[in-house]
Design a protein around this ligand. Sequence first.
Ligand code: PXL
Length: 442
Amino acid sequence: MKKILTIAGYDSSSGAGITKDLDVFSSLGIHGISVPTCLVLQGPQGVQDVYPIPYVQFIEMIDLVKKGLSIDGIKMGALWNEAYIERIALFLSGLDNIPLVVDPVIESKNKTGLLTDKGLVKLIEMIFPLTDVVTPNLHEASLIVGKEVKTLEDMEGCAKDIFDMGPGAVIVKGGHLVGEPVDLFFDGKEFTFWKKHRINREVHGTGCTFSSLMTAFLVCGYDKKEAFLASEKAMEEILGDSYRIDVDGFYYASSGIINSKFSDRWKVLQAMNEAGEMLCRLNMVELIPAVQMNMGYAIKDAEGVEDIAAFPGRIGTNEGKILMKGEAAFGTSSHVARSILTCMKYYPHIRACVSVRYDRAIIEKAHESDMNVLCFDRKSDPEKLKESEGKIPDFLTEKVLKLVDQPPDIIYDLGDVGEEPIIRLFAKHPLELIKKMEMIRP
Ligand code: PXL
């Protein structure tokens, strides 16, 4: 499970700030950790008051993260004042190099201050040089560079000026440009533009949502430009689905449905890698077939082999221990992936499968555990199917599935000339596969 720390304000309407960040992280299957800098009392019509979190408690929370929590990335929003920023800089100095995204929040829509002037100076001086991506809007960009940023040309110049302050990249968000809105990404080498469609509504929380998405995508291994493009794409969905929480208030950015295909893929990989670790810990070497084992897990609505994660190079053994050759990745298995796709045609919730060594004793254990054990005979292959080498098990798997009305736990076959007998164990997810593997272990 990846973990991202957000250091930001707490918006009591939960449209922006740390609660929004946590919402974005959880919708991408990431655990969010939060340290608030200030309480922002906000109704649907805007900010009414702001109170800093007592400094001592703020430091205690930061120290708790430093002492006890491993984090994979950091996002920052409203940081309140220079004292908080100095403490954050100290915290960062002791950390490994992990992605850091800074949304330089300075004030709310109704101009309530969320960062002091001195705070902004400290932010630029102490935090920007440690930052991977800074994400100002036009107003914030103007305050950072000390001149007006009104046109696309201004945005380009300003992105260069901010880049010179030390971050790895700058995204200037031109949502309030006159004419068509454009966001601009600059990594010191080239500009990348993202043209947006103007929507006729003022949406609260877009800056926090965008910078949280950026952090999440960087933590998941995207490079800065890929993360920019993925975040912009997700924002289109989010803005389209924005909603009001009061009849005449702002619209709120919706994040529950963010880029569901990405989030599903990410969760699938995490579940697979966790199952891989368990497999090693339980050292189930006696279940590894001669052709080696593979495990697969499909995203919901998987359509092809590329939607199924498996372990590249399969799972083997070395000196009596399980040998994993790499982390789970999509599109790296064909046999197990096709067994899953075939099974999902009948039982869409059965999305995981592992290939296991055939042994009569294993099948007996499965029967004893009341598993639904199905079997096909490769030798019954119709001659013409032999020509489509590799696809025979799919055809026969489908044939046995048509004969039953319960999801399978096991579909096995006794092999053929040159083909090892194989047990295919099915489950809803990899953890359940591991549980079932323990049950059938001879
Ligand atoms: O959208 C800027 C922002 C950031 N963070 C917090 C906020 C706001 C705006 O209200 O309340 C906590």
